[in-house]
Design a protein around this ligand. Sequence first.
Ligand code: ATP
Length: 268
Amino acid sequence: MNVASRIAGARVSISGLVKTYQTRDDVDVLALDNIDLTIERGSFVAVVGPSGCGKSTLLSLVAGLVEASDGRIEIDDQHIVNRPHPKIGVVFQSDLLLYWRTVLDNILLPIEIKHLDVKRHIPKAEELLRQVGLKGFGNKYPSELSGGMRQRVAICRALIQEPGLLLMDEPFGALDALTREQMIMDLQEMWTRLGNTVLFITHGIDEAVFLADRVLVMSPRPGRIALDLTIDMPRPRRWSNAHENPGYQGYVRKIREIFEAQGVLVAH
Ligand SMILES: Nc1ncnc2c1ncn2[C@@H]1O[C@H](COP(=O)(O)OP(=O)(O)OP(=O)(O)O)[C@@H](O)[C@H]1O
């Protein structure tokens, strides 16, 4: 099994997606309202929006972890109904590693859960570790690693089954600024190499514009797509000088203007 090979990116098609939660005291909370969205194979789409606008809800719906109230989600033409699609991998803000399992056993967990051949996947897990700069860390326990290293392991765990669609929910939100910067660049490199589709949720306008082919800006709840912005900048992009690029600055300004118009950002 060659993990260095490219992964066929999945296509995501969302139409008329609505999600209403019922709170414990029976109040309806309309989290997402009528989302239409197509994500092309192999593209990197980032979603930014104010806190509580429904970004995580969108990701959970696509992941099949939450049931839609209305509308339809298809991944490679397969309708998602409250059940994860086999072609997805998910990375959350918290690494969610099991502290009693070694790094290698954490990465192999999805294989074990699906009753696949664990032994056959060990070389692939080790290769993934090498690719994220953690060669030789397979026998360590999560408590022996830094936050950034643990998140790299979580990414390996999401990639072990070569997912055509990688869903990332604020994956670098809990990391210090330097580690975050390194992880952003590493993610760009990894995605360029693998070629899978990525749906990336973030609060960070800077990382969204830097990483994505397209940035979706959401409105405050109920979440709707307020702006669908194509980021036309050559790759590989360099974090160290991207901020000086007038194109980059223009995209960031456009997104900030939307947040200012929404009253999410207030200039003093
Ligand atoms: N299980 C739930 N029951 C009731 N309401 C919920 C539930 N989950 C989310 N909500 C509500 O739905 C809305 C959207 O939540 P969601 O977590 O998707 O937002 P978000 O944009 O990811 O927020 P943040 O950026 O702060 O993580 C919020 O108002 C939230 O309170």
